[in-house]
Design a protein around this ligand. Structure first.
Ligand code: PEP
Ligand code: MN
Length: 313
């Protein structure tokens, strides 16, 4: 069954469907839920120390509270992943007989990049979120991140669910583009049944027969936001207009729509040189676009009675 029945709410999803006000999820010193609109922004992929520092500075100035950045990228194809290469130049020759990094090397490379994220976060007063792919990387990542992102590809990974339930850090759980709210709330119930309550759910688009543009991957399911609030009123819900639309011109309009629909936060890819981004160059926002997004989002947030952190003066 694809939709949520009353019986589900009582028998299968009793914890996530309980009544109440939106709970507070603390991410380092930042709070999600409870009347705040929390914006997470940063590069899709951590490319270099200077890149992360520059982007962290810009997103902080514009009013973001959490720095995002990938160090383990679950890309669609194995080739050309710069994170699986010791340096950028060698990424170009992925098909020339190079081998991918071993797990040990991958972890070492990731740790170097995590340190850049943490340094940038500390310098500009931003909490840090990054995607986790491997349960055995929790210890490696923990000193550097304030929140673990569970990507849409991992939402059913029981190994991760089990291991992350035992951590204290909050989680950002994305809905797979082909999965129902029933499945997403089922995953949330798995966490809650294990005693894990500090997480937020993220709408990142659904698969539909057409997306209006050839490069646009999915359609942001705006309706999912109020629906999640109805079924699971205590759980904060954020939206990812970057990875759902996959198209720069759609990111800001969908961010505004998500906030108007009640989202408690946004996840946005931002890059100093968006077209040159190693990953997701089609949808990353440049600094000017992100500033405009923040200012428009702040106006919408007021209408729906949410506070947004004021940009630094
Ligand atoms: C990301 O947020 O870095 C990402 C890769 O997103 P998604 O898994 O939703 O495509
Ligand atoms: Mn991205």
């Amino acid at each position: 069954m694809k939709d949520i029945s009353l019986e589900d709410m009582e028998k299968n999803l009793p914890r996530v469907c309980r009544k109440g006000r939106t709970r507070n999820v603390n991410v380092g010193p930042v709070s999600i839920g409870a009347g705040e609109l929390t914006v997470m922004a940063g590069p899709c992929t951590v490319e270099s120390r200077s890149q992360v520092l520059e982007i962290a500075h810009a997103v902080k100035e514009a009013g973001a509270k959490i720095l995002r950045g990938g160090v383990f990228k679950p890309l669609t194809f194995p080739y050309g992943d710069p994170l699986a290469r010791p340096d950028r130049d060698s990424a170009e020759s992925a098909l020339d007989g190079e081998v991918l990094l071993s797990r040990e090397e991958l972890f070492r490379t990731a740790e170097r990049r995590l340190a850049y994220l943490r340094e940038a976060g500390q310098r500009y007063g931003l909490a840090v979120v990054s995607e986790i792919l491997y349960a055995d990387s929790i210890d490696l990542m923990s000193p550097y991140v304030d929140m673990f992102q569970v990507g849409y590809r991992s939402m059913f990974n029981m190994d991760l669910i089990q291991a992350l339930s035992e951590t204290e850090k909050p989680l950002l759980i994305k809905r797979h583009y082909g999965e129902s709210l029933r499945s997403l709330l089922g995953v949330a119930e798995h966490f809650e049944a294990r005693g894990k309550e500090n997480y937020v759910l993220c709408e990142r688009g659904i698969s539909v027969p057409h997306t209006h543009y050839p490069e646009s991957r999915a359609v942001l399911d705006i309706q999912a936001i109020p629906a999640l609030k109805e079924f699971a009123p205590t759980i904060p819900v954020i939206a990812d207009p970057s990875h759902s639309t996959f198209r720069r011109t759609l990111v800001t309009p969908m961010a505004l729509a998500a906030v108007a629909a009640g989202a408690d936060g946004l996840l946005i890819d931002v890059h100093s040189d968006p077209r040159a981004a190693w990953v997701d160059p089609l949808q990353a926002l440049g600094f000017d676009d992100f500033e405009r997004l923040m200012s428009d989002v702040t106006a919408i947030a007021q209408i729906v009675r949410k506070r947004v952190g004021l940009p630094c003066s």
